[in-house]
Design a protein around this ligand. Structure first.
Ligand SMILES: NC(=O)c1ccc[n+]([C@@H]2O[C@H](COP(=O)([O-])OP(=O)(O)OC[C@H]3O[C@@H](n4cnc5c(N)ncnc54)[C@H](OP(=O)(O)O)[C@@H]3O)[C@@H](O)[C@H]2O)c1
Length: 316
């Protein structure tokens, strides 16, 4: 059993083998999600990239296969901003069980104006929170079919200092892009903790684990042709930031550990150990508003009303 003070030993360069496991990674074509997918493929797991753009997903597959000979990797189309399309994406998985899903995809707009999806939801809240909520709702039977499966939610350190306005979840009254983003990440984290409480109450073996990647920059991230190339100038300009922040290869470590480490428990929060910003994955305390169970339950109810779905009914 792990504890805050005595986490089990973990080697980020040699995670355990995971042949025969099926893992879905949203946004596995770029950034942190790409490296989560690459590192999981390196364990022998079957990795499905869930991406909105087929050409970018193909590029990620090419790169993973070049680095991991014999990698089991494929992709499905998933647009988290189009909630009505997500059921069909899950059907396209053609799996009878899913051992883990890494809810990694995310969008951050740092400039106004406020943008809405075609279904009328604020874009960041819809993509980051509602899309993953709907995805988990449709995935629930596949997760229940795998023993001790895991839902891994990607939060953010920005969520820790943000509060949720349940009366303005979609930032219609007051839109400030960075705050709306941080609130969408907080909603995701609260959902992840509430999901675990509901899984435990239902007697399920599925775990819901929350991770966050710290602060990760493309300029500190190694090249992965044809996915992304880092120029020498970019690498040099990024050097000072490297004292504080990290690249996306390292930012992937908490999620990979959350998928694979047998000592990880449901309801835990994992992030980089140095100030929660960079470094090896470590267990973090769940405190403050992240531990607000009443708030999380109210968010769940509000999300079910917005999406017309409730994974509670299929949790097993
Ligand atoms: N980087 C950081 O410092 C940091 C800090 C805290 C939390 N995070 C979180 O970590 C996660 C990954 O961040 P990142 O830095 O790797 O971001 P990134 O490089 O911008 O990659 C984002 C990924 O999400 C995908 N995506 C965006 N909208 C989507 C949609 N509607 N449907 C499906 N996929 C969609 C993107 O696909 P396309 O390639 O098609 O655009 C891309 O694969 C996000 O959840 C982010 O909030 C990052």
């Amino acid at each position: 059993m792990s504890s805050l003070h005595h986490p089990a030993p973990w080697n980020v360069r040699r995670p355990p083998r995971a042949e025969g496991k099926n893992v879905l990674v949203t946004g596995g074509n770029a950034g942190i999600g790409y490296f989560v997918a690459e590192q999981l493929a390196g364990t022998g797991a079957t990795v499905v990239l869930a991406c909105r753009d087929t050409a970018r997903a193909e590029a990620a597959k090419v790169s993973i296969r070049a680095r991991v000979p014999g990698a089991h990797v494929r992709h499905i189309r998933l647009d988290l901003a189009d909630l009505s399309s997500i059921e069909a994406s899950v059907d396209a998985l053609r799996l009878d069980r899913l051992d883990a899903v890494v809810c990694n995809a995310g969008v951050l707009l740092d400039q106004p104006p406020r943008r809405e999806t075609s279904e009328g939801h604020e874009l960041m809240f819809a993509t980051n929170h509602l899309g993953h909520y709907v995805l988990i709702s449709w995935l629930a039977p596949l997760l229940a079919a795998a023993p001790a499966s895991r839902v891994v939610t990607t939060g953010s350190f920005t969520a820790k200092s943000e509060s949720l306005d349940l009366d303005d979840l979609q930032s219609t009254r007051d839109y400030r892009p960075k705050r709306t983003y941080a609130r969408s990440k907080l909603a995701q984290m609260l959902f992840g903790f509430e999901l675990d409480r509901r899984l435990r109450a239902a007697g399920s073996t599925t775990l819901s684990v929350i991770t966050h990647p710290g602060g990760a920059l493309d300029s500190l991230t190694p090249s992965r042709p044809p996915v992304r190339l880092r120029t020498t100038g970019e690498r040099l300009r990024g050097l000072p930031a490297g004292l504080l922040l990290q690249g996306k290869e390292a930012a992937a470590w908490p999620a990979v550990r959350a998928v694979l480490d047998p000592s990880v428990r449901g309801g835990q929060l994992w992030g980089p150990r140095v100030f929660g910003i960079r470094g090896l994955p470590a267990l973090e305390p769940v405190q403050g508003h992240l531990a607000d169970t009443a708030l999380a339950a109210r968010l769940w109810t509000a999300t079910a009303a917005l999406t017309g779905l409730d994974p509670s009914s299929t949790l097993r």
